[in-house]
Write a protein that binds this ligand. Structure first.
Ligand SMILES: [Fe+2]
Ligand SMILES: [Fe+2]
Length: 186
């Protein structure tokens, strides 16, 4: 088994059933990230995408995930000189991260793009809004959707901003619809 398969097997076994930020999210982040720029190190991008949310329980999941990724990558045949670059991507993937390398910017932007549009609406609704943001009403869910709109201003790459435009328009429609539906109960 090559190191890519080993990473995917480990990632899926740890997070396969975690809907908001599990294996499905990791695969979407990898696919999205690859669309955002050219000339990147695909080993780093793949490992960072598949491991960036591997530890979600603590207060600083980016640090916990980076440490877990480092420990795991050192146990497989992953190139030793690329481990730090993967950790750097994971540490800076959060919205307020400060990615410097191309791969880190790609992972950062892809992670935010997966909070937006139809996928974002599905991920951030209901249970997730309650679990992550202590929102317990439709109005609270709308607040979370609105917050995801502002992630546009955190994006770094031009292609990310291009992809975001369509997603922002969709979420705007969803917010209008949700608010209209909420008023129907008055
Ligand atoms: Fe994350
Ligand atoms: Fe993520």
């Amino acid at each position: 088994m090559g190191f890519r398969e080993e990473i995917e097997e480990y990632s899926e076994s740890k997070t396969g059933k975690c809907l908001p930020a599990g294996f499905d999210h990791f695969k979407r982040v990898y696919a999205l990230a690859k669309k955002l720029a050219d000339g990147y190190d695909d080993d780093v991008l793949h490992a960072a995408a598949l491991l960036h949310d591997i530890e979600l329980a603590g207060e600083e999941h980016e640090k916990d995930s980076a440490s877990a990724a480092e420990a795991f990558l050192k146990t497989i045949s992953f190139p030793a000189d690329k481990v730090y670059a993967v950790m750097d991507c994971i540490l800076n993937h959060i919205p307020e991260g400060n990615p410097k390398s191309l791969e880190a910017k790609m992972i950062h932007d892809a992670d935010l793009l997966d909070f937006m549009g139809a996928t974002g609406v599905a991920r951030l609704s209901g249970m997730t809004a309650e679990d992550w943001f202590e929102k317990t009403s439709l109005g609270g869910v709308a607040e979370v959707w609105e917050e995801s709109q502002s992630y546009t201003t955190n994006l770094f790459l031009d292609r990310s901003k291009e992809l975001a435009r369509d997603k922002v328009a969709f979420t705007e429609n969803a917010l209008t619809q949700l608010r209209r539906e909420m008023r129907m109960g008055d």
